[in-house]
Design a protein around this ligand. Sequence first.
Ligand SMILES: [Zn+2]
Ligand SMILES: [Zn+2]
Length: 106
Amino acid sequence: MNLKKVKGYLGFKKMEKEGCPLCRLVEGEIKTHKYYRDVTCIIVDCLTCRIPMVVVNHHGQATEEDKRLMVNAIDYLFEYHSIRRVPRQIVDHEHWHVIGARLKKA
Ligand SMILES: [Zn+2]
Ligand SMILES: [Zn+2]
């Protein structure tokens, strides 16, 4: 891979992040209850819906590996009805809502 290209791409990604509330969230601006965080994702209550929401730790769409780990994290924490992967407002930073979530007992 060409290093110059990679640098340019990262620069572009960084610019895209400006004003993205989910980027601010993964960088630590957490206003609701936080359930979980690891190198792949963070799980907090959605500010709008007040239900658990899993957000990938980087701006953009989750990779297949990210998605696998995000599902693992949800399965680890919750009993739930379904995962809504279709975004309603922010389409360029992958995040899912966990529908019918109930925390598993430890
Ligand atoms: Zn929501
Ligand atoms: Zn973002």
